[in-house]
Design a protein around this ligand. Sequence first.
Ligand SMILES: *Cc1c(COP(=O)(O)O)cnc(C)c1O
Length: 419
Amino acid sequence: MLTALEQQDPKVAKLIKEEKLRQDGAIRLIPSENYVSEAVMNATGSCLTNKYAEGYPGKRYYEGQQITDQIETLAIDRAKKVFSADHVNVQPYSGSVANMAAYMAICQPGDTIMGLALPEGGHLTHGWKVSATGKVFNSVQYKVNDDTGMFDYDEIADLAKKHKPKVIISGATAYPREIDFKAFKEIADSVGAYLVSDIAHIAGLVAGGVHMSPVPYADIVSTTTHKTLRGPRGGMLMCKEELATAIDKSVFPGMQGGPHMHTISGIAVAMAEAATADFADYAQQIVKNAKRLAEKLMEYGFDLVSGGTDNHLILINMINKGIKGKKMSKALDMANIVSNCNTVPNDPASPFNPSGVRIGTPAITTRGMKEEQMDVIARFFDEIANNIDDAQVIEKVGKEVNELCSAFPLPERFVNFDN
Ligand SMILES: *Cc1c(COP(=O)(O)O)cnc(C)c1O
């Protein structure tokens, strides 16, 4: 039986099938990517895509909200439980919009915000100059410590004292170490700033109890829903009751129009998954896998920023191997290992051809890979780095990658609701 898509639009159907094969046949190490369950896919690809629901449950601008109100309330209640949050908004279209909505809830244009610089591991939306967040606000950027590659909380406190920001942002997109949200809150309090914690990358680790939660400390917590949290592409904001109205108004009508109800139904499903014991096991295994992979890569002489990892992410500085980040990530991709090139702290190279490669373990952990497979993957990295210009060796590794992947087919269900 052909699906409607296959009948009506074979071109797109074929491309989607090819993308599925690519995802299944590759070792996906991009730390922001994952595989969602069939249940999340079903919810996301449902008739909810047809519904407008501007407003919030019980206060909508369009009629016909008998079902949508229940779905959004379910997503909110489940998310509140997973993160022990007082208030949750599940409407942000994605992490970037969630961040802008967070700042706009507590700042005026021109106010000072302070976040981690992009080349040091921060996100564009933490005030980087090409982002609207770096244009609308007066942005001050902190760095990681030159020697350790980690946050130096005294340095950050000094910078905060100097610039007196209205908002301090704690969170990162390429930081391999645990973030001390309590320390950030103390810094924010010392200068009377709000603390916004962006856990886009680590939300699944927080939900699974393997990373400190910012919820007790931060004024606002922002996240994506599609990275380690393993839900549909979307965003969420969490806050204490005092800021609930400001946050809701800032998302709608401040930043957005109608919420994507199909995504919100997928978030509801993902939040039920995130509350299971299986999800906590998955979160633990992500970190175990990352630590093992880091250890093995170092044994092969790879230079890791900060000397290892506490979370799901590893940043490899390729300078000592004499290979540029992009050259390495391209060679890996030829061998069906998908990563991204990345700046390293204090990168001497240009951001368009940076010195690092960023990898992470969320997607391969979802597939069921464990420490043993991390040893194999580290060996692939070594073989590729040692034969960076040898297409034959790279092709041979690519075949081994396909074999490894076929031994780890994706289950339809990742979590057990009976436990
Ligand atoms: C991914 C990410 C975002 C942005 O999320 P999008 O959904 O891509 O807009 C924001 N902050 C951090 C820290 C991220 O890693």
